[in-house]
Design a protein around this ligand. Structure first.
Ligand SMILES: *[C@@H]1O[C@H](CO)[C@@H](O)[C@H](O)[C@H]1NC(C)=O
Ligand SMILES: *[C@@H]1O[C@H](CO)[C@@H](O)[C@H](O)[C@H]1NC(C)=O
Ligand SMILES: *[C@@H]1O[C@H](CO)[C@@H](O)[C@H](O)[C@H]1NC(C)=O
Ligand SMILES: *[C@@H]1O[C@H](CO)[C@@H](O)[C@H](O)[C@H]1NC(C)=O
Length: 407
């Protein structure tokens, strides 16, 4: 055996060992976690939900009134939409990636003055779609009421694991099917790519809930994740009623999502933690800094924080077409606001969506208050250990006096 052969053999053995360990861990956790413990949770949750419902009926005149949204603008739901729903091919039709840099403006003065991340963004801005690496065309088969989609990256395996065990669990509640998907690109780091891709594929083999496209997972490419999801959804999910789209570090009450949705309706529903008249950030140190050359208006259109928002399936299909008419913008949630503007749909702000702010106020008691989480739809930001702990508290025999006191 040559040294190279031996090295190959060694690598193969290592990989097999790794896969075995992962399998055992997953199988073991699956048995313990979803067995006794989740059963218990289910019972206490049902009890708590019934109790909560009767409380709310008495105190606040029923869930319909509690969840009622305040409309900021008369055009919140537009009847006439200028962009029609998708009617393209029924498979992912991008099979080759031949994205080359667009050097059309590299010699211009304004380009030379930009930071390197903006340069990279602009050089590849025209490359709109990439091939799909892991697909699940069957995910939307049948009637699905709520599709949960979560932005994730290859290395955040623990976050996905916890979400699957808590709020992202696929289930059927009162005849309404809930399904879950994670959205990923590829790692920008060669070592990560080599070590994690196989594991990701194995994770998907077990859970069947990963969508992965062949673009680099970077901050500015989050917009690609948005457009790829909209295209994918338009291609495969003609019967999904609602979508919850969010980050992998949030707490979500699916129970409250369903209550909220049963109190409202509309094929152009778009609701979240909406900011009106936000100004582009011009301080270079800020994560969300945008140079004048990229956006020169004084305000952004209204947009919902990307941490978690709800939208109707039919609207998502129109959004795909609307986004196609725009140049990509490096901030994903602002970009989606721009697409909504094309459709003349104003997103609705609801106080049960907390995707900005709370974290900044770390001292706030609300950060540790289970009754607060129990009355919200989405709260940013909770990492795996805190998420599990809060989930257990919220789903215990927790008795909360008033749901509305935090609003
Ligand atoms: C790049 O790909 C597109 C389709 O994805 C194709 O139409 C085009 O001809 C390709 N260009 C080159 C240079 O291969
Ligand atoms: C670059 O400019 C040429 C000529 O104006 C144009 O045909 C081409 O589409 C541009 N390339 C991109 C990627 O926009
Ligand atoms: C986005 O992904 C594409 C494809 O991997 C890559 O060429 C491009 O540089 C990425 N853009 C940014 C801003 O990271
Ligand atoms: C703002 O940007 C647009 C498009 O990039 C350009 O046409 C317009 O002249 C710019 N306006 C100002 C005031 O710089």
């Amino acid at each position: 055996m040559s040294v190279r052969d031996r090295w190959r053999l060694y690598k193969r053995v290592c990989l097999m060992f790794l896969l075995t360990v992962v399998t055992l861990t997953v199988v073991h956790r699956g048995n313990v976690g979803s067995g006794a413990q989740l059963h218990l949770n289910k019972y206490s949750r049902q009890g708590a939900a019934a109790e909560r419902l009767s409380q709310r009926k008495g105190l606040y005149g029923g869930p319909e009134r509690f969840w009622k949204v305040r409309r900021h603008s008369p055009q919140a739901t537009t009847e006439e939409l200028s962009v029609t729903e998708y009617s393209g091919p029924s498979v992912w039709d991008v099979t080759i990636s031949n994205c080359t840099a667009n050097n059309n403006f590299t010699s211009s003065e304004w380009f030379a003055g930009l930071e390197s991340n903006f340069k990279q963004f602009l050089l590849y801005r025209h490359c709109r779609y990439f091939p799909i690496i892991i697909n699940h065309p069957e995910k939307c088969d049948g009637e699905i009421y709520l599709l949960i989609v979560i932005k994730s990256i290859i290395t955040q395996h623990d976050r996905r694991e916890v979400i699957r065990k808590t709020w992202g669990k696929e289930q059927e509640i009162g005849g309404k099917k809930v399904k879950t998907l994670f959205l990923l690109g590829v790692s920008s780091n060669e070592a990560e790519k080599a070590n994690h891709q196989k594991l990701l594929e194995y994770e998907d083999y077990i859970y069947g809930d990963i969508l992965q496209w062949d673009f680099m997972d970077s901050f500015f490419n989050l917009t690609l994740k948005e457009t790829h999801f909209l295209k994918w959804f338009s291609t495969y999910c003609s019967k999904v009623r609602y979508i919850f789209k969010g980050d992998d570090d949030v707490f979500v009450s699916v129970q409250n999502v369903l209550e909220f949705l049963s109190s409202t309706q509309g094929d152009s529903l778009f609701v979240g933690d909406v900011i009106f008249k936000a100004r582009p950030i011009r301080k270079k140190e800020n994560k969300y800094y945008i140079p004048q050359a990229l956006y020169n208006k004084t305000h952004y259109p209204p947009y919902a924080g990307g941490g978690g928002f709800l939208m109707a399936g039919p609207l998502a299909r129109k959004l795909y077409g609307a986004c196609e008419t725009l140049d990509l913008y490096p901030i994903d949630d602002v970009f989606l606001g721009m697409c909504l503007e094309v459709l003349q749909v104003t997103p609705i702000k609801h106080n049960a969506f907390k995707t900005f702010g709370l974290v900044k106020n770390k001292a706030s008691k609300l950060n540790k208050e289970p009754c607060f989480f129990k009355s919200m739809i989405v709260v940013h930001k909770l990492l795996p250990p805190d998420l599990i702990a809060m989930w257990d508290l919220v789903n215990s025999d927790l008795v909360c006096s008033q749901k509305a006191q935090f609003l």
